[in-house]
Write a protein that binds this ligand. Structure first.
Ligand SMILES: [Zn+2]
Length: 465
């Protein structure tokens, strides 16, 4: 294995990773709440987890990767269960809703070359473990019951707030109390909730029929599959508080020691500088991309061009640039195919130097923009044999996951030679508001048989046959 440094939200530093077991890294990622389609903002978070896992494997670590499916318990601010709500709206059972959107999510991940987790536990399969944790927290005096609801008593856990760095009074100001009026303190949170009489998803417990809180799910599933100590926990930045803060309180409250060594959080994808979110109404699905002339992996490439701890603004012009970058790398790979010489030795110079630069980038807190720049330096190095360029890029693709061995142009919509470059120049002209240039380039494209239409999302092309 080679050393790797990662930013830990808990220490607020980039620290060397020290796995609990030599050469083996255990990772838990908070997965999707399956009541609606995932959008590309959600998927950016899962891409980040995938890059972490692929990077560790590239550096010769063995990885055990767990990603859960939240199919119960994730309540809205309004106190509604979104899965039950979706079931009612769509005329299906909660289980049908959960299965449908789980399949859709995993298919979206497949389109983005996200390697499936080793374990994908469903919350509804782990109710007994959640009840057990809740019972332990009650026994330890870290929780209390009020009429069938069980709450974690934040005042009994002094370390609360260590991850998010928020003080109790600040948290108090941010909490809603009206949907859980029987809590002792506003910052206390539900471990178990009493079921309303006609609720479809409920389970028996010592406290009556009910269902688990969202946070206890991840404590139960992470410790069941990874043990009472594991290496890395990832999720979107919006999960840091309260979800992960509450998970720490529950897991450390039951075990009496630190459970997760490294907490990592991925930043948002934005659209027009607003967080992509269903509540804002600005969501795009990965399956929407082909109708705009893009492949799903163009989005994966776009995600690689920003560091996971930076916001990334999604625009169709940025997607054009991403698609062009991906095509360049694929062309370099295809140019090196079919040679019958000996396989290039990647341990020899200058290939070893390129590999060292790539490793340096990915092992410094997953600096993917630098890693992609190394890939482009390889693709543009005319002093390297085409077969060596190909071998290096396919080696890097174990991390990048861009199918660099695929044809540069997807079958069925091959742009004529030169069109891609004209489209890139035209996108740049539009950004610069050079409309005369933009019109001239449109005419050049038309002469090649490519019709361009400008939409609020950028250029859309259709090919004349
Ligand atoms: Zn979680």
């Amino acid at each position: 294995m080679q050393p790797i440094r990662l930013y830990n939200s808990l220490t607020r530093r980039v620290d060397p990773l020290a796995p609990l077991a030599l050469g083996r890294v255990t990772i838990y990622t908070c997965g999707s709440t399956v009541y609606r389609y995932a959008h590309i903002g959600n998927l950016r978070t899962y891409l980040f987890g995938d890059l972490l896992r692929r990077t560790l494997q590239y550096l010769d670590y063995e990885v055990l990767y767990v990603k859960n499916i939240t199919d119960v318990g994730h309540m809205r601010e309004t106190g509604e269960d979104p899965i039950l709500l979706a079931a009612e709206v769509e005329g299906k059972t909660p289980r049908e809703i959960a299965e449908f959107y789980t399949d859709a999510w995993l298919e979206d991940e497949r389109l983005l070359n996200i390697v499936p987790a080793d374990v994908l536990p469903k919350a509804t399969d782990h109710i007994a473990e959640m009840v057990e944790l809740t019972r332990t927290l009650l026994e330890k005096g870290l929780a209390y019951e009020v009429a069938g609801n069980v709450y974690f008593d934040v005042s009994a856990f002094p370390a609360y707030g260590q991850l998010s760095g928020q003080r109790i009074d600040e948290m108090r100001a941010g909490h809603r109390v009206d949907i859980e009026p029987d809590k002792h303190d506003p910052e206390d949170f539900a471990l178990w909730k009493r079921a309303e009489p006609d609720r479809l998803m409920k389970w028996p417990s010592a406290w009556g029929d009910g269902f688990p809180g969202w946070h206890i799910e991840c404590s139960a599933m992470s410790m069941k599959y990874l043990g009472e100590r594991f290496d890395i926990h990832t999720g979107g930045i919006d999960l840091k508080f309260p979800h992960h803060e509450d998970e720490i309180a529950q897991s450390e409250g039951t075990t009496g020691h630190q459970v997760v060594s490294v907490w990592m959080h991925g930043e948002f994808l934005t659209l027009d500088d607003a967080k992509m979110a269903r509540s804002v109404g600005n969501v795009i699905r990965v399956t929407d991309l082909p109708s705009k002339g893009f492949q799903p992996l163009d989005f994966r490439y776009l995600a690689l061009t920003a560091h996971y701890r930076s916001k990334l603004d999604f625009t169709y012009d940025a997607m054009q640039a991403a698609a062009a970058g991906l095509r360049r790398l694929r062309r370099a790979v295809s140019e090196g195919a079919g040679g019958d010489g000996p396989a290039p030795d990647l341990a020899a110079e200058p290939m070893a130097g390129y590999r060292a630069r790539f490793v340096e980038a990915i092992s410094e807190d997953l600096a993917m923009p630098k890693a992609v720049a190394v890939a482009h330096a390889v693709a543009a190095d005319d002093d390297l044999a085409a077969a060596a360029r190909r071998a290096l890029l396919l080696d890097f693709d174990r991390v990048l996951g861009l199918d660099l061995d695929a044809p540069a142009e997807p079958a069925g919509r091959e742009l004529p030679a030169g069109a891609a470059e004209l489209l890139e120049r035209r996108a740049a002209a539009r950004v610069a508001r050079d409309y005369a240039m933009s019109d001239a380039l449109r005419d050049e494209l038309a002469a090649l048989g490519v019709n361009v239409r400008d939409t609020p999302q950028g250029q859309e092309t259709t090919l004349r046959r």
